[in-house]
Design a protein around this ligand. Sequence first.
Ligand code: URA
Length: 267
Amino acid sequence: MENAQNILSWYITAGIETICGDEPYNALQKNETSENVGQTINMPKTVENIGKTNVRPATTLLAQENSAACANAKELCTKAQTLEDLKAIMENFTGCSLKFSANSTVFGSGNPQAEIMLIGEAPGADEDRMGEPFVGRSGQLLNKMLAAISVKREDCYITNVLPWRPPGNRTPTDAETAVCLPFLHRQIELIKPKIIFLLGASAANAVLGKADSISDMRGHFIEYTLPNGDSIPTLAGYHPAFLLRSPAQKAKAWSDLMRLQRKLEDL
Ligand code: URA
């Protein structure tokens, strides 16, 4: 019994939280009964096979599926005229596999007329359980960070790049981020905040379309351009979860908060 508990807790630590079937199987093996004959997800057995007829590497098919899901997400998002519409669309959207392992679709929360919008990476375990962004330990630190610059959390709008928790809190893949981005872009358009504070590298890279480290991005104002050409200043800073692990970086986080406060005073 104790052994079984140890094995289960090891799986959970490794991010394996979902049981897909009773028996292990080879997901790469050709499925002769598949209805998609000619499109089977059939990995090439040898390097020489690559590029030959009838061989379609799984990655190609997945990339095609992902780009179709991205196009679908974009189209659906343009139909949302309100945050409520967008939330309903997101809750019904099935183009991101993270949805199937998550307990909740964690939509943004807070003041829809907020001047400040805060964007994190993705829900963690507490957020997934409660269906609200930043309610766990990171959220508690975030509340203190906001209070330190006299900003009330209830005056802000808080959301994440991804509304579904990646298993084991792993970093979201580029494909997962890409398919969820249209929902974030539309949230920004509907809120139209005066300033956006980007929490951590995932949020900063996703919103600004970069692939830089947070150490390089933090502390500078960079404009985010809306589809109508208007722009919103963004400031990137360390994610509260990182600050909980690396308290020595709190001095830099404090200077970013000071910068944010000065900008707010100028608005
Ligand atoms: N980390 C995030 O990026 N978002 C949350 O909502 C919670 C933790």
